[in-house]
Design a protein around this ligand. Structure first.
Ligand SMILES: [Zn+2]
Length: 179
């Protein structure tokens, strides 16, 4: 998949979402809950940092989804991590295989670093999936308000539409072609 194909594919996926403006990643989480018909819990976690470790995780259990994000980083980075995990969800990537016991243990306040590492070591997503999730994460804020803008463009009042029509025709008459 070349870059253009990748971008177009991600645009198409994000373009289906009606994200309100101003952009708020929490609103996107609500949308995801509606689309998937299941609860999504977004939780901070002190994820051990080592080479190749992810800063976020999407864990899918039988009846709900969890996004765990790095607690020890800036707010902006945290929001990006959440958006990246949402990217994986939107793109129908595989979530982290979940074992209910492991998930419950992960979500317990006193984390066992060994367990966290065991779970994280299984997050070997394909590079392509990582790229796609990154692109989607970057496109989500741009998509905010797009559907409202499209709607607004359709709802041009009759008077204005007439004016636009007139302008268009006089321009056409002058240049002899559509511009
Ligand atoms: Zn990822």
């Amino acid at each position: 998949m070349d870059n253009r194909t990748l971008l177009n594919y991600c645009r198409q996926v994000v373009g289906q979402l009606e994200i309100p403006a101003p952009y708020d990643v929490a609103e996107v989480c609500d949308l995801i809950e509606q689309r998937r018909g299941r609860q999504l819990s977004v939780l901070p976690m002190a994820i051990p940092v080592y080479e190749g470790s992810p800063s976020g995780l999407w864990v899918e259990t039988d009846d709900c989804d969890y996004i765990l994000y790095q607690a020890n980083t800036t707010r902006a980075h945290q929001e990006h991590i959440v958006a990246h995990e949402i990217g994986h969800m939107l793109l129908d990537h595989r979530s982290l295989p979940s074992d209910q016991d492991e998930v419950s243990q992960l979500l317990m306040p006193s984390l066992d670093p060994a367990l966290v590492r065991t779970v994280l070591s299984r997050t070997s997503y394909l590079d392509l999936e990582e790229q796609q999730a990154e692109v989607v994460a970057s496109l989500l804020p741009i998509q905010a308000g797009q559907s409202q803008r499209r709607q607004a463009a359709r709802d041009v009042p009759a008077g204005v539409a007439n004016l636009v029509d007139h302008l268009e025709r006089s321009l056409l008459a002058r240049s002899g072609r559509r511009i």
